[in-house]
Write a protein that binds this ligand. Structure first.
Ligand SMILES: Nc1ncnc2c1ncn2[C@@H]1O[C@H](COP(=O)(O)OP(=O)(O)O)[C@@H](O)[C@H]1O
Ligand SMILES: [Mg+2]
Length: 336
């Protein structure tokens, strides 16, 4: 088990601001309407929510890019939005967080992937999704590949954030892997079940248990199935590390040298697990970019995920918060 002492941790975290990360993936916007229900509509048997406030939050690759920027690293995002209000809003919010969106392509006629949740007294009343999930093609694909080439050339590591909304296709994955390999850059993938066969040759991949199980056709129910799925995937993909994220069980690393590492979660309270997987891949990539070993990077990523979910609402996890969290856990000297 790797030893990550306080000095080493501080050195790695201190380097985060020098990391340059490209992100290819599906951009989403999560919108929320918060209000109260006092009566039922006369038009239909549905509650009327009197809206008190609105909020928005990044989803998928947009959330990954924001996470990378919060860590102090440079984030260059490659993806698509529609020519609509949600698209303009997400781009302006991302720019405000310091994410480089010059390589985000606006596709006329496509709606920006948006999930609108209406919440009354902490209860979700309804969710309305706007999205087009068809694979990108033609001119949009060409522009994405051009943007990807520039982004990869200018980064230490590439993250692929695949939410199955059309940006990550067999073509773009193949191009991403070959560009990263040719340039000697690492590639970290947060996968969707459907594309596993295309991920051969990536540096690290972070499926959750369900995604990993689906990929090899085995449901993970216990230690044995976990091990068989993890090793099968690792061999199939040839990845340096298959990091299976396991919710409240933390994370298990299947390494190319045959080592198996279990990292228990550091979260003691859980308020909101949304986006924990995005945090894992973001921190993993940034840490690798600054020279962390795979295991060191995963330890820090697992810690950051635990930190995100024990806070209420959206939190920016920066290097200082991560360092504090290690200290609070009493893991200054020895971790893991
Ligand atoms: N309920 C939970 N309790 C404690 N830790 C959690 C919980 N859910 C997620 N985590 C932490 O977040 C990481 C990623 O979450 P997970 O739900 O496995 O991924 P994904 O969001 O991709 O499905 C886990 O490896 C773990 O460290
Ligand atoms: Mg995930």
């Amino acid at each position: 088990m790797t030893n990550l002492d306080a000095t080493r941790l501080r050195t790695l975290l201190g380097g985060f601001s020098r990391a340059k990360v490209a992100i290819l993936g599906d951009i989403m916007l999560d919108r929320y309407l918060w209000g109260a229900v006092n009566r039922i509509s006369q038009e239909a048997p549905v509650p009327i929510v009197e809206v008190e406030r609105e909020s928005a939050r990044f989803g998928a690759a947009a959330n990954v890019a924001e996470n990378v920027a919060s860590l102090g690293a440079r984030a260059v995002l490659v993806g698509i939005v529609g020519d609509d209000d949600a698209g303009r809003e997400v781009l302006s919010l991302l720019t405000g967080r310091g994410v480089d969106v010059d390589s985000v392509v606006t596709e006329p006629g496509r709606s920006t992937t948006t999930k609108l949740r209406v919440i009354a007294r902490s209860q979700q009343v309804v969710r309305a999704d706007s999205e087009v999930t068809s694979d990108i093609e033609g001119d949009v694909e060409t522009r994405i590949l051009d943007g990807l080439r520039r982004a990869v050339a200018d980064s230490d590591v590439l993250i692929v954030s695949d939410y199955g909304k059309g940006v990550v296709t067999r073509t773009t994955i193949a191009a991403a892997i070959s560009m990263a390999r040719d340039a000697g850059k690492m590639i970290c993938v947060d996968p969707k079940e459907s594309h596993f066969a295309s991920y051969v040759g990536v540096t690290a991949i972070t499926p959750n248990e369900k995604e990993a199980g689906t990929a090899v056709g085995v449901t993970i129910t216990d230690e044995n199935t976990l091990l068989s799925v993890g090793w099968k995937l690792q061999k199939q993909l040839g990845a340096e590390c298959v990091a299976v994220t396991r919710g409240e069980q933390g994370m298990s690393l299947f390494m190319s040298d045959g080592e198996l590492v279990h990292l228990p979660t550091v979260a003691r309270e859980v308020f909101d697990v949304t986006g924990a997987g995005d945090t894992v891949v973001s921190v993993l990539a940034v840490a690798l970019a600054v020279g962390a070993s795979m295991e060191e990077a995963a330890i820090i990523a697992n810690h950051a995920a635990g930190l995100v979910i024990r806070e209420v609402g959206t939190v920016s996890v920066g290097p200082a918060a991560i360092e504090r969290s290690f200290k609070d856990a009493g893991e200054g000297e020895r971790v893991g």
